[in-house]
Design a protein around this ligand. Structure first.
Ligand SMILES: [Zn+2]
Length: 456
């Protein structure tokens, strides 16, 4: 790829408390080769000929946003579960109704549309927490990784990077109950067979990396936790796990194992800097210390957590204890990392009845470099030389953002304000439109294909 130049009206450079004006950004072969503020004190310092061929990026340009926690097929539930009463557990039964209707073809179509929706929102990399492995009843497909392959292809079509977090889902409860009904599609039997299947899936595509996941202490028996964590460790891959999303999980874990889920994970070698605990909504004070002392990362999914009435986690305390933060849209009730980011601060305000817990740069860090690090992409998420050339531009002249100072963009912008997205140096979104996918039409059709019977 030849040298490409962009001129950002504002750009959020690494470790700066606020955006910098007039930044020349250059990239070759998908990597940033120069990031130069032009007006430090006075007139532009680059020559007229350099600026003439630069692509103008009016508004605020950010590094790529990373969506560290996704279940692509949950997007089909948006708007179908919001009325009436119910909780996480009643929502889960609706989610299973969609899961049983997916096959590699319908999943490819749905995930392609969902990942393209993410691209429109400025997401350049997604972590797919993938447990829908097998055919109906748990029968493997001829290619036992056919569903994984569909997700890899979907991300390629959508133009974003993917960390496929292949998820071990082996039991129906903390007591080790066997999988039943729709859950049977998730299971590999035991952790060794899970590892054998994943070992056979090594996609060579540039846009994908592998990771491992433990669905939760509900779904992987205690004596098999170390097998999954050890596999990730040996292969140097990130490890993710749902943790204490619900008080009921804590109660069940205490009843069976006499300890919290966090303690159980710690005792089986699951925690550490390569591990991301998703949600961590109901940790004890001792759990917060275990997570922080081990530098275990925490991925927050505030729009899902509020949609499912999960609660609000002690996020400031977890960050202060040493856990780096990342963000995920999880069930895709909303795909908007600006909303997730400001919810981290806003929820803390509601919980404490005080304002001002997180600086804007901390929220930007969670949405960008924090998420990429959690997904195993240490070379993305910062506008710095050598990093992947991901550029996400947010307009500052919409009805929502006009008059807002660039530093306040994360408190005002929505995904709809993203005008331009470049991933690894390639334009994916321009003028607010995805360049290859008709996102609304494909979402409509793909969701109709997996929900038609249930709505009729
Ligand atoms: Zn999840």
């Amino acid at each position: 790829m030849p040298l490409t130049r962009w001129l950002a009206e504002y750009a959020w450079l690494p470790d700066r408390a606020e955006p910098t004006r007039d930044v020349l950004i250059e990239a070759t072969d998908g990597r940033l080769t120069a990031v130069t503020p032009l007006t430090v004190d006075g007139p532009p310092t680059a020559g007229v000929e350099v600026l003439a061929d630069a692509v103008r990026l009016p508004g605020l340009t950010l590094p790529g946003l990373a969506n560290a926690h996704s279940h692509a097929f949950h997007r089909a539930l948006r708007g179908r579960t919001h009325d009436g009463r119910g909780d996480f557990w009643s929502w889960r039964s609706l989610m299973y109704a969609v899961a049983i209707r997916l096959d590699p073809d319908t999943y490819l179509a749905l995930a392609r549309a969902v990942y393209a929706e993410m691209a429109l929102a400025g997401i350049t990399c997604v972590g797919e927490f993938h447990y829908l492995h097998h055919g109906p009843g748990g029968t493997p497909y001829d290619d036992p990784n056919a569903m994984s392959a569909a997700l890899v292809e979907a991300a390629a079509h959508a133009g974003i990077r993917l960390t496929l977090l292949d998820t071990a889902y082996l039991a129906g409860g903390v007591d080790g109950a066997p999988l039943a009904g729709p859950q049977r599609r998730f299971g590999d039997g035991d952790a060794l067979r899970w590892a054998q299947r994943v070992d056979e899936f090594r996609p060579s595509d540039e846009h994908v990396r592998l990771g491992a996941a433990i669905h939760s202490v509900r779904a992987v028996p205690a004596e098999q936790l170390a097998t999954v964590a050890g596999w990730a460790d040996r292969n140097g891959l990130p490890m993710h796990v749902h943790l204490s999303e619900q008080p009921a999980e804590n109660d069940a874990c205490r009843a069976v194992h006499g300890c919290t889920p966090t303690r159980l994970l710690a005792d089986h070698g699951v925690l550490g800097p390569h591990t991301t605990a998703v949600h961590a909504t109901h940790p004890t004070a001792a759990d917060v210390a275990l997570l922080g002392d081990s530098r275990t990362r925490v991925c927050l999914c505030p729009t899902t957590e509020r949609d499912l009435a999960d609660g609000i986690g002690p996020v400031r305390r977890m960050a202060d204890a040493g856990s780096p933060l990342s963000l995920g849209s999880d069930s895709h009730a909303v795909v908007d990392l600006f909303e997730e980011a400001r919810a981290v601060e806003m929820d803390e305000r509601l919980r404490t009845r005080r304002r001002g817990h997180f600086k804007p740069v901390e929220l930007v860090t969670a949405a960008t470099v924090g998420g990429h690090a959690a997904l195993g992409w240490g070379d993305a998420g910062r506008l710095a030389v050598g990093q992947r050339a991901d550029l996400v531009t947010v307009r500052l002249d919409s009805a929502r953002t006009a008059g807002v100072p660039p530093v306040g963009a994360f408190f005002a912008a929505t995904a709809a304000d993203v005008t331009s997205v470049v991933v690894d140096g390639r334009p994916v979104v321009d003028g607010g439109r995805h360049l290859t996918v008709d996102v609304p039409t494909e979402l409509r059709d793909a969701i109709a294909a997996v929900t038609a019977k249930e709505d009729s």
